[in-house]
Design a protein. Structure first.
Lengths: 550, 544
């Protein structure tokens, strides 16, 4: 029914099928240009324009979700347009179960970020850069051409650089420059890898250069050592973006100095470019290298989980604390990917979405805090729960979701990841599981110091949330609870594409079987419980995995 | 070939005594030389007519005549391009071409092929941009007069000769014509001692490098028995020299001479001082035009003539490329003067072009041609902004002079940011595609480490460009100061604004639609075409 509604909505476009994927990129792009053309004297116009653009893109992304065919593992809504003929570079877009929810997350989180925070000065440029950032993120998730992906991946740098550098706090220029150079250094390696791959794979006409993702996947011209080097090049870029331990040092600085909307989008969307990149352009492009590097990546991810948690506990600044918690959470996402089984990868995709929602929500709340107190220092805050009960209540819920309390969204992803990793590499999962406890430690401790006790003079006048601020939080809270109770619709759409990736790994890599252990009775019990949690055919991977194993 | 022409003269005069001497001069396709002639005649006419005007020339007259001459020269390339590419029709005009394809004329001294025509157009564009930038600058610095424009056109003539050269001697003549004019341009600003210094420095070092080049040419002549590119190429294809010391020495010396002109490390020491001291529009021309011409020379000598000797010169080029890219980028960071920063970054760009050349492939030539064309716009635009910000006296080029430019001149600052981002190689700018093609060429030639070094050095230079942007955009932040516009609003002259606008638009358009330029850059292949020697002295005779 909803499909028919949509088709009537888009019938006015005249085309038989509405080009929804290009629209997702070009609507914010055009919006950004329009905002840039607005007169400076009327700042409210640029805000309205940005909100219209954001909402329109959000609606389009929801429409994409509705129109998406659930059981299909391949790419849908594919659009192709030649761009540079001689190098076979195309404007090539498509969406599958993996990228679908990241696109939807982008579509939801950006408008919320627009509503949640206002710039302190020069709003026109702020909104223009923010909408441009949205276009870049959409493009990066949707592109199926390696070259286009690189462009979009890079193009997100400039808006965020400007947002942090011009609208940030404190040592903003230092943080912005560090962010820009760090990411660009990673991308440098990626570009060389992409170019070399395009040349070596020779997927174009008559063995020529091609950047087409689907064509490159279909070729088998890659020598083992070449594949490993190229994977390494890509991995550096993505590890910086995730950020994985030891490449994470830019993130706390960038987060601390970024304006609220910058933090929301950075944590919520941009970090996912790293894990998404690992999945799409690591696991899928270089199966052999992926399997070879998996132990290293798992170890880095595990270190990230534990180290990020411990460092977060030591922070005196709330934003830095959340930034380090991002390192830990994204470590989980990375870990799930390199478990190389369906549970782990599914959990990882889910963790990306959950982290976007929870951390996005946390940064919005910190933004509210900052507008009232103009500080993120924990020592300056005390007893806010007394004067602002609603604020404290919402913060508690979001915090619990970030900790991964069962019944809220964070739990599902982390559980699947730990399960998948346990089946693949038991001890890594055991170590990483402490990360969940550490998360509870640092968040609850911070909560206690900020919200409990008697408010002192400075915190007494802390006003509770306004209606508009509560409304902004509503969709995020709804998602936190919905995904915690009933993640099945999401998992159903992710699963086919994830299975495609794992099957490809098994086919391409000799001697590799999806690591699923089914020897212990205890373990079997655990998988079954995950079944009941996800509905009757929820994951559907246990049976499938068993089949593959036999 | 030149030598053979003279030889013919001697022979004929010796055998005939009482008759009218028929000298078998080389046949010349005047149409092919039209761009060269337009530039040359334009320069000479400007000089002649300006003496009649006795300083009463209307404002901006010479600027626009120079622009017209350069545009005319660029347009005159079009029919030749159509002939070289073998087009049957040009827009609505049906061409009935007797011969198509690249050809050689003037006794094999000049080669007309896709590459030479492409570089000719690039040089013409460089002249247009430099002339537009110079317009208001010269009045501001009380230097108005035709000299600047005449020298500009003459140096462009030299550049075109280099681009079309099919003979080492012609290459040298072109280089000298180009250089001598640029020496004077660098030292033109009589009121700035730095300009005087830079002119002298450039002249002395440039004279040395020319000497190296000439010495190398002599060596190559000794080793191969010819100065003609095609003859040398044929010689190299058929003969394997056992004692190749002479050849190697010649090649290296020629490389030194040309590497000096594109300011590749370690022959770069002159460029920061000279770029800094020279009048800024002249710097724009030096960075754009001189480099383009020298790249043309490198391509013609190494990729065309000695391409099957590549295993020898490639490693040298490899090292030069790495040194130029890394040192150019790294040394730029410690500068505080924007003109010097841009000078060092142009060294880094030279490294990228060398990387494309060392690939020694069709892709490499395409990449070099694309890079040179795009770089001309980026660098001319950047120095154009520096021209305006330099203010009266042309001395305000410190980073602090750019502070608050976003507030006082948002359009100027915005253009500069775009040009700098393009130079940094940010996606959707032409600069990105230039770097991308160079890296593709290197990867294609199995030089992946070189490509990696290139990208890392691109990141180092990105820091440099960010420093300039930060200075314009965000003053303070770290020191707790809010943005205080220090600069007064600068007047942006119309002509210079036009030039910068062109540069910005091109940098963006070629970034979005690279096929527009890539298509032509692919067609810009140099060709070694043997000049068909006239069977008898009858085909074209001089003095008959």
């Amino acid at each position: 029914m909803s499909a028919s509604i949509l088709s009537t909505v888009f019938a006015s476009e005249g085309a038989a099928t509405f080009p929804i994927l290009p629209a997702l990129i070009f609507v914010p792009l055009i919006g950004a240009v329009l905002i840039a053309l607005m007169p400076k004297s009327r700042p409210e116009l640029s805000r309205q324009m940005a909100i219209i653009t954001g909402l329109l893109t959000g609606v389009l992304s929801i429409a994409l979700l509705v129109e998406f065919k659930t059981g299909d593992a391949g790419f849908q809504f594919v659009v192709q347009q030649t761009w540079v003929q001689s190098l076979d570079i195309k404007f090539f877009l498509g969406v599958d179960g993996i990228s679908l929810f990241l696109v939807v997350l982008t579509g939801i989180l950006f408008p919320i970020a627009l509503f949640a925070a206002k710039p302190e000065h020069s709003p026109k440029g702020y909104y223009a850069w923010l909408t441009l950032l949205m276009a870049g993120c959409m493009g990066a998730f949707l592109s199926l051409d390696l070259f286009l992906f690189f462009l979009m991946f890079e193009v997100t740098l400039v808006p965020l650089y400007m947002l942090i550098g011009k609208w940030g706090h404190g040592r903003r220029v230092y943080a912005a420059t560090k962010f820009f150079l760090y990411t660009m250094l990673g991308s440098a390696f990626m570009l060389v890898s992409i170019v070399t791959l395009a040349v070596v794979a020779g997927a174009g006409d008559k063995g020529g250069v091609s950047f087409d993702f689907t064509k490159i996947i279909a070729t088998h011209n890659l020598a083992t050592s070449t594949g490993r080097w190229l994977f390494l090049g890509m991995a550096i870029a993505f590890a910086v973006k995730v950020p994985s331990f030891p490449f994470h040092t830019w993130l706390p600085d960038a987060h601390t100095e970024a304006p609220t909307a910058g933090s929301i989008d950075l944590a919520g969307i941009l970090l996912k470019l790293g894990t998404y990149g690992f999945l799409r352009y690591g696991l899928e492009l270089f199966p052999e290298a992926t399997v070879w590097f998996a132990p290293v990546m798992l170890t880095l991810a595990t270190i990230g989980v534990v180290y990020g948690g411990i460092v977060a506990a030591m922070q005196r600044n709330l934003k830095r604390l959340i930034a380090y918690s991002s390192v830990a959470h994204m470590g989980f996402a990375l870990m799930g990917l390199f478990a190389l089984n369906v549970e782990g990868i599914e959990g990882s995709v889910l963790q990306m979405i959950n982290h976007g929602i929870s951390t996005g929500a946390l940064f919005i709340l910190l933004g509210f805090l900052y507008t009232r107190r103009h500080t993120y220092e924990i020592s300056q805050l005390k007893g806010i729960g007394k004067v602002a009960p609603v604020f404290a209540g919402i913060f508690t819920l979001v915090m619990l979701s970030s900790i991964g309390v069962p019944g809220l969204n964070g739990f599902v992803g982390e559980f699947l990841i730990l399960l998948g990793t346990f089946m693949a590499h038991r001890w890594w999962a055991v170590v990483a599981a402490t990360g969940v406890i550490i998360a509870a430690l640092y968040l609850l401790w911070a909560y206690q110091r900020v919200f409990q006790g008697e408010p002192d003079e400075a915190n007494k006048s802390f006003s509770d949330l306004k209606i508009s601020e509560k409304l902004v939080m509503v969709p995020l809270i709804a998602l936190i609870i919905f995904l915690g109770i009933y993640p099945k619709p999401v998992l159903d759409r992710i699963a086919p594409s994830v299975k495609r990736v794992v099957t490809r790994l098994e086919v391409e890599v000799q001697g590799f079987h999806e690591p699923i252990t089914r020897n212990g009775a205890d373990l079997l019990h655990i998988t079954e419980s995950s079944h009941t949690m996800n509905g009757e055919h929820g994951l559907g991977v246990a049976t499938n995995g068993q089949g593959a194993n036999q | 070939m030149i030598a053979s022409v003279f030889a013919q003269v001697n022979v004929t005069s010796a055998t005939t005594e009482n008759e009218i001497v028929h000298v078998a001069g080389p046949s010349i396709d005047w149409l092919a030389l039209l761009p060269l002639l337009i530039l040359l005649v334009g320069a000479l006419l400007t000089l002649t007519f300006s003496s009649f005007l006795k300083g009463r020339a209307p404002k901006g007259l010479f600027t626009w005549t120079t622009v017209a001459v350069a545009v005319g020269a660029a347009i005159s390339v079009v029919p030749m391009w159509a002939r070289v590419q073998g087009w049957n029709s040009l827009m609505w005009w049906n061409l009935d071409q007797a011969q198509t394809g690249p050809f050689s004329t003037a006794g094999g001294a000049v080669g007309i092929d896709g590459f030479s025509l492409f570089i000719t157009v690039v040089l013409c564009i460089g002249v247009v941009l430099a002339a537009l930038l110079a317009d208001d600058f010269l009045r501001r610095e009380s230097m108005s007069g035709p000299e600047f424009y005449v020298l500009l056109l003459l140096s462009a003539v030299g550049g075109v000769i280099m681009a079309m050269s099919n003979d080492l001697i012609v290459l040298f003549i072109g280089l000298e014509t180009l250089s001598i004019a640029v020496y004077v341009l660098a030292g033109m600003n009589l009121r700035r001692v730095q300009s005087q210094e830079s002119g002298l420095k450039y002249f002395i070092l440039g004279a040395f490098s020319s000497a190296f080049l000439l010495y190398g040419i002599a060596m190559l002549y000794g080793a191969t028995g010819s100065t003609n590119f095609v003859d040398i190429r044929e010689f190299m294809a058929t003969v394997v020299p056992i004692h190749n010391g002479l050849l190697l020495l010649g090649l290296v010396l020629v490389l030194v001479g040309l590497a000096f002109k594109i300011s590749a490390v370690p022959f770069h020491a002159w460029s920061p001082d000279v770029y800094d001291g020279a009048p800024t529009p002249a710097t724009a021309w030096m960075a754009a035009g001189v480099k383009a011409a020298a790249v043309a020379g490198l391509v013609r000598v190494f990729m065309l003539t000695f391409s099957n000797y590549a295993s020898t010169w490639k490693p040298i080029m490899y090292v030069l490329a790495i040194l130029s890219m890394v040192l150019g980028a790294a040394l730029a960071i410690v500068q505080s003067n924007v003109k010097r920063m841009l000078a060092y970054s142009s060294i880094s760009h030279a490294g990228f072009i060398l990387m494309a050349i060392q690939a020694n492939s069709g892709n490499g030539i395409t990449a070099a041609a694309f890079y040179v064309a795009v770089y001309t716009f980026m660098v001319a635009g950047s120095f154009g902004v520096a021209t305006i910000v330099g203010r009266k006296g042309d001395g305000n080029h410190e980073l602090s002079d750019y502070q608050g430019l976003v507030r006082s001149n948002p359009w100027l600052a915005g253009s500069f940011i775009l040009l700098l981002l393009a130079q940094a190689g940010v996606p959707f700018t032409a600069g990105f595609f230039a770097k991308f093609l160079a890296i593709t060429a290197a990867a294609d030639a199995h030089a992946v480490p070189l490509a990696l070094v290139a990208m890392v050095s691109a990141v180092i230079s990105a820091f440099l460009y960010l420093r300039i942007i930060v200075a314009m955009f965000m003053s303070g932040g770290d020191d707790g100061l809010e943005d205080v516009p220090r600069a007064n609003r600068l007047r942006v002259p119309m002509a210079a604004g036009l030039a910068i606008g062109i540069c910005v638009v091109v940098s963006v358009v070629y970034g979005l639609f690279p096929d527009l330029l890539l298509h032509n850059a692919r067609a810009a292949t140099p060709a070694a075409v043997q000049f068909e020697r006239p069977a008898s002295a009858g085909s074209t005779t001089a003095g008959g």
